[in-house]
Design a protein around this ligand. Structure first.
Ligand code: PGA
Length: 230
């Protein structure tokens, strides 16, 4: 306890986080940096496939990502829910409709994340599981670009609720009421199995689960119900 209050005197933390977790990871990291001003921090924001490669190459101490594949030599601890929702422009004909069937979405154009994104993988698995085909004509590698495209009426998208705070408050996008959504994923803190964490990484691994729930506030009125685990 004393050490935590005094702060670490040095050390280095190389944290790699999923694109989608970038929105809250910077906030958590800022709080960590205030507590441990002596620690050198490097934050990399990349997609799921790239995170797995970083861990594999020992180029990150810790990663924040969706559930890693079974069988990988990784240690993963879940610390927070990650609800995925369908968004549309407020002018979209489906906005405001109740209990939209999943099959209805197969008729719509989606703005998708790039191959290798965990969010995209979850959506693809949901569609495939229902024998539906996703129209993949538009791909973008950042949630920002996707939200702006949706607001501009380019199509629908599935994004984490953690990325939507500002857009919902500003009324730029609407969450659609679709069967099977929110699609529940979870955030995991991941490291290589058998790897000893340095003091800075160990301190962060203890800090994150303590503060995550309180620091990562979901937008009001859209509390997830969690129907499906992916
Ligand atoms: P991503 O998110 O879509 O930014 O790769 C990671 C995940 O949900 O697994």
């Amino acid at each position: 306890v004393l050490a935590a209050h005094r702060g670490l005197r040095g050390g280095r933390l190389r944290l790699a986080v999923a694109t989608t977790a970038g929105a809250f990871a910077t906030r958590v990291l800022a709080a960590f940096a205030r507590r441990h001003p002596g620690v050198r921090l490097a934050l990399e924001i990349i997609n799921r496939a790239e995170l797995l490669a970083r861990l594999e190459a020992h180029e990150a101490d810790l990663a924040i990502m969706g559930q890693p594949p079974a069988g990988a030599p990784l240690r993963a601890r879940p610390f927070l829910d990650n609800p995925l929702v369908v968004i549309a422009s407020p002018e979209h004909p489906l906005a405001g409709q109740r209990r939209i069937p999943l099959a209805r979405l197969a008729e719509e154009r989606f703005v998708l994340r790039e191959e290798g994104s965990g969010t995209r993988g979850a959506l693809e698995r949901l569609f495939a599981g229902h024998g539906l085909v996703l129209r993949a004509e538009l791909e973008m590698s950042t949630n920002e670009a996707i939200k702006q495209s949706v607001a501009a009426g380019l199509g629908l998208a599935v994004v984490s609720l953690h990325t939507l705070e500002l857009e919902l408050a500003a009324g730029r996008v609407r969450i659609l009421d679709v069967e099977g959504f929110p699609l529940m994923r979870r955030w995991y803190l991941v490291q290589r199995r058998g790897r000893r964490l340095g003091p800075a990484a160990a301190a962060f691994a203890a800090f994150l689960p303590e503060v995550a729930a309180e620091m990562v506030r979901l937008p009001d009125g859209v509390a997830p119900t969690g129907r499906e685990a992916v």
